[in-house]
Write a protein that binds this ligand. Structure first.
Ligand code: PLP
Length: 631
């Protein structure tokens, strides 16, 4: 039943129901569940089309509580004196609906926000978060950024400007002199320690961000000289996202805690040690240091962080800091699922039984047919090589005009039958042969899915990220096919042919053959972090529809909120098209045809009405049934 490893990567939020459908457990236990197919029924009632993102704010809440509990549990265990002041990095998911829910869940935890750019700061400051919660400002800053942060302090926000370079610091000092007050300042340290995994280069002495030791000394001197020693509140570091190995976390923590303690002891009023983000998400469920997994639990991460800081501070005889975690991926990833309908478009080969060799067919076809009949576990490699040769010879004959189109089709069908048979012998042989591994890949059915990888899972293209993908119904039926998933973009990159497979990558997904009378839906899971923020409008596919689903304690779905995806008009406007100009373009051409007598006026009016309606069209495919011709 669980071909897809859902119990491993689902992290308690996803599983399979007795009916063979994917269900969601928003509180992380099976007491309360909802089937994804039920949500699609609601979508259909509300006329919300696929592709669509389903958000579960209660998963977000549960996951945030897990993070808080992990650190608080560790603090209690080690009798740690500081407190937790975690923040959410805005860049992980800036969608308003998401941040609204995050902020509301964050209120019970004194949870703050982290921003890295002016627009992020601008949007974030509008949220009335807990007054003690932090607003951590990272990233490169200009005067407007800095001045907005100073204004935020006047609004009562607990702002920390984390310095990326001394120019920023000089501006802060001068501005503080001018206005007569100063926000808290943080210094981002460039650690020698590095993370591990895809974002390893975010850490280490060659990293883009942070101050090296010399710059750090200069910054400390400037702060002291300006009389702002009390304002230096935070040391920050971040060794990269999705850290795969716990030993890297520990090494960085030891170094950063030492930096913190040394600066504190030299008379600066430090209060916060900001350990950045980086807690991994186990996308493949392997719990290993494979790049889409991690070899530690959240609790182990928190225990190590707290233990090491405590230990270093004890040895340095200084007060332990409040801990700031900026982990975002681990908080956000689970809460969103992308659902869409899939149509099988290309099956390689065909049914051999339906094709008979006739006496007039070229003799090579009969030879190929014999190979199918006589292939066995001993000779399959040799017979497969023969098949390759037959295929090449037959195509040459076709090109020279010696073969009819029907013979060419038969040759293809027999060739694929040969390949399939050879592959089934290969799979049972225990052999490892490169050409058969390649063949395996080429045999996969192509399933066309109604979505854009560029818009909805851009990290699969940018950084080879793997997300769990699986059908959300029919899980009690045997799958009939191995397939790859093609998106709607006119781009050969838009083909998903890498899937999670514990500690490995598999090149196809076990799928069913879609039935003609019912849509076949698949889900992309753990897509709540970074994907929406990074998605782009390639081929003019815009943000997808959203449903926000909450469940009460009896397991009933509460009224579902919907957020409309971008329509054709909105996407065109982003690209500078003006509605009036587009309509005018159509009008001019249609009127010319009316004037020339090519079409009557009513046709011109009908088309123009349609054109005006098209701006509000969803750019993705209509249901498959829309292609059925109605008499
Ligand atoms: N803090 C900073 C400075 C970052 O650059 C990032 C992202 O890489 C994060 C926090 C969030 O990291 P993650 O989402 O892996 O927890």
């Amino acid at each position: 039943r669980d071909l897809y490893g859902i119990d491993d990567w689902g992290s308690g939020y996803f599983g399979i129901s007795d009916k063979g459908t994917v269900e969601v457990y928003p509180f992380g236990d099976k007491q309360v569940s909802v089937e994804l197919s039920k949500i699609l029924d609601i979508a259909a009632e509300k006329k919300v089309k696929t592709p669509l993102i389903v958000r579960f704010p209660q998963i977000l809440d549960t996951q945030l509580t897990k993070l808080q509990n992990a650190f608080r549990g560790a603090m209690e265990e080690f009798k740690y004196e500081g407190e937790l002041r975690a923040v959410f990095p805005f860049k992980v998911n800036q969608r308003k609906e998401f941040i609204d829910d995050l902020v509301s869940s964050g209120k019970k935890h004194i949870y703050g926000l982290e921003v890295g750019t002016k627009p992020e700061l601008f949007a974030a400051l509008a949220y009335d978060i807990h007054p003690e919660a932090l607003f951590v400002c990272n990233g490169f800053k200009d005067s407007h950024f800095i001045e907005l942060a100073f204004d935020a302090k006047k609004m009562g926000k607990n702002v920390v400007l984390v310095i990326e370079g001394t120019d920023e610091l000089k501006y802060i000092i001068n501005y503080a002199k001018k206005v007569g007050y100063c926000v808290d300042i943080g210094l981002r340290a460039k650690l020698y320690a590095k993370g591990s995994g895809m974002w390893e280069k975010s850490g280490g002495i060659g990293s883009k961000f942070g101050l090296n030791s010399v710059e750090m000394m200069e910054a400390l001197y400037l702060v002291e000289e300006a009389g702002l020693k009390d304002q230096l509140a935070m040391i920050h570091y971040h060794i990269g996202s999705q850290i795969t190995e716990i030993k890297r976390v520990k090494a960085a923590m030891k170094e950063a805690a030492r930096v913190y303690a040394k600066i504190l002891k030299s008379g600066f009023n430090l209060r916060y040690l900001n350990i950045g983000g980086g807690i991994g998400v186990d996308y493949d469920g392997s719990k290993t240091s494979f790049y889409v997994s991690h070899n530690y639990t959240m609790q182990e991460f928190a225990n190590d962080v707290i233990y090491i800081i405590q230990d270093v501070c004890k040895s340095e005889k200084c007060k332990a800091p409040h801990i700031v975690s900026e982990s975002g991926r681990a908080v956000a990833a689970y809460h969103a699922v992308l659902l869409t309908d899939v149509r099988e478009v290309e099956k390689t080969g065909g049914n051999l039984e339906e094709w008979k060799i006739s006496p007039t067919d070229h003799r090579l076809l009969a030879d190929m047919m014999n190979s199918v009949a006589y292939m066995n576990g001993k000779n399959f490699v040799e017979y497969y090589h023969d098949a390759l040769q037959y295929r090449d010879e037959l195509f040459t004959l076709f090109n020279l005009g010696y073969l009819e189109i029907e013979e060419r089709a038969k040759a293809e069908v027999i060739y694929y039958a040969l390949c399939n048979k050879a592959l089934s012998f290969y799979r049972n042989s225990g052999m490892q042969l490169e050409e058969f591994d390649e063949l395996e890949k080429n045999q996969f059915g192509k399933y066309m899915a109604n979505f854009s990888m560029f818009q909805s899972i851009p990290d699969t293209l940018g950084i080879d990220q793997l997300f769990p993908v699986m059908p959300i119904t029919r899980l009690d039926e045997k799958t009939q096919h191995h397939g790859v998933i093609m998106d709607l973009t006119c781009d050969s990159d838009g083909c998903l042919d890498k899937f999670v497979d514990k500690r490995d990558v598999k090149h196809s997904l076990a799928l069913h053959i879609p039935k003609s009378n019912e849509p076949y839906y698949i889900g992309f899971f753990l897509v709540g972090a970074y994907q929406e923020a990074l998605g782009n409008n390639h081929n003019l596919f815009g943000a997808v529809n959203e449903l926000i689903v909450r469940i009460n304690e009896e397991g009933q779905i509460m009224p579902v909120e919907e957020v409309k995806g971008e329509d054709v008009g909105e996407i065109l406007r982003i690209m500078n098209y003006r509605d009036e100009e587009v309509v005018k373009g159509y009008e001019l051409q249609l009127k010319r045809n009316v004037a020339a007598g090519v079409i009557p006026q009513q046709e011109c009016d009908r088309i123009l009405r349609k054109v005006k309606g098209f701006f509000s069209e969803y750019p993705y495919l209509e249901r498959k049934s829309s292609l059925e011709i109605i008499d």
